[in-house]
Design a protein around this ligand. Structure first.
Ligand SMILES: Nc1ncnc2c1ncn2[C@@H]1O[C@H](COP(=O)(O)OP(=O)(O)O)[C@@H](O)[C@H]1O
Ligand SMILES: [Mg+2]
Length: 384
């Protein structure tokens, strides 16, 4: 399987398992996504370090791809059915928070289909010729992977519609009154789109995907399996309880689990060079030093919850007011900090604003007397 990267996208990386990428089609400027801003170890987006190392631990087959059981099974069936019919797979949209394995899954699918994959990201498809160049270079049955597909511009989207539906490309030849539209046939291919924001995709584009699939956060047990697998590849010995400690602080996200594993390994190498194995106590020591608490919260998460409790009696408080109080941009708060707090039941979104939950009070060891009646009234619901 050949992997080709197009454009300076988040995914234009060197994959040591694969042939070197061909020269980028576009040297276009990449806009920073608002979700790129979270600092530190819990950043969900890829860092350069992740990029170099994750590619060596990226699963290559369905067999190696851990978790997302239901999704894997249904994709496996669609894939086999398409193969039996001798057709390429329907266009597929993968959505879910960063670091859950969308790019990995697209690469696994291409490998399972035994076909080439061309990888790009929406910010690299600025000009019409960027997408046209890629479409014209596709082989029959190829997979085209477009990351951050919600960020495609209108013109590019419109070029994609006939390509996706009828496998044709409408090219305008000439200018003004003498302009003609030339319909160029394309090979049948499969588009795999990935996004963290399914809601931001225009409905005409979404309608052109035969399958729309969501990736979920991973359970602790699944993350432990991922950590053990990565440790094996990195030739690191780790005891099961240490893997559990790292898994429990990884916010349900394989990218974070792999990153924490590497940092814990570094810590043990330097501070406990005599130890042949990462023990639970050492993993805890390292993660405490990195200020990642047992719930996987970092100092900003805790500041957010504590500000809500101390300044706003636990809420309800509006997004803008809260953002101003902790000196963050409201969108960053919403896109980067809130999802995990909501998902883990520490924060609650109501029509009147954000509220902390009793679980957050328990986690931060704050007495229930410090919060508003609204939060206190939610108590029975959450402890039931
Ligand atoms: N299901 C999985 N099993 C094992 N490792 C995984 C899995 N999903 C993701 N990973 C690891 O996490 C890293 C991030 O995954 P990636 O596919 O880049 O996430 P996304 O594209 O959703 O942001 C990968 O490099 C891979 O090592
Ligand atoms: Mg990705």
């Amino acid at each position: 399987m050949a992997v080709k990267y197009s454009g300076k996208s988040a995914d234009s990386r060197i994959d040591p398992q694969q042939p070197a990428p061909k020269s980028p089609t576009a040297g276009s400027k990449i806009l920073k996504s608002p979700t790129d801003v979270r600092p530190g170890l819990l950043k969900q987006q890829e860092t350069d370090d992740d990029r170099r190392l994750d590619n060596t631990i990226r699963p290559h087959t369905f067999q190696e791809y851990i978790g997302q059981q239901a999704l894997r099974e249904s994709l496996d069936i669609s894939l086999k059915a398409a193969q039996n019919r001798g057709e390429p797979l329907d266009h597929l949209l993968l959505y879910g928070p960063p670091g859950l394995g969308k790019t990995t899954l697209a690469m696994v699918m291409a490998r399972e289909m035994n076909t080439d994959i061309q990888i790009t990201a929406a910010p690299a498809l600025e000009r019409p010729r960027d997408i046209i160049g890629i479409l014209m270079s596709l082989q029959p049955g190829s997979v085209l992977f477009i990351d951050e597909i919600h960020r495609l511009n209108k013109v590019t989207e419109e070029i994609l519609y006939p390509a996706l539906e009828d496998f044709t490309l409408d090219r305008t030849i000439g200018k003004g009154q003498s302009a003609k539209i030339l319909r160029v046939p394309l090979p049948r291919f499969t588009l795999i789109g990935a996004t963290t924001k399914a809601g931001a995709i225009s409905s005409p584009l979404r309608d052109r995907f035969g399958m729309v699939c969501r990736l979920n956060f991973y359970t602790e047990v699944e993350l432990m399996r991922i950590i053990h697998r990565s440790a094996g590849i990195l030739k690191v010995n780790i005891e099961d309880l240490a893997a559990r400690t790292i898994a429990s602080r990884s916010r349900g996200t394989p990218r974070i689990a792999n990153r924490l594993l590497r940092r814990v390994r570094d810590y043990c190498q330097v501070k406990h060079a005599d130890q042949k194995m990462i023990l639970q106590a050492l993993a805890e020591e390292a993660l405490d030093l990195f200020d990642i608490d047992p719930a996987g919260l970092d100092p900003t998460d805790r500041l957010l919850l504590k500000t809500m409790i101390h300044n706003f009696n636990g809420g309800p408080v509006g997004l803008d007011t809260l953002a101003a109080a902790i000196g963050e941009d409201p969108r960053t708060l919403e896109d980067v900090y809130e999802p995990y707090l909501l998902q883990s039941g520490l924060l609650h979104r109501t029509p009147r604003g954000r509220m902390v939950t009793p679980m957050a009070l328990q986690h931060l060891k704050i007495d229930v007397g410090n919060v508003s009646l609204a939060v206190q009234q939610a108590l029975p619901t959450f402890t039931d």
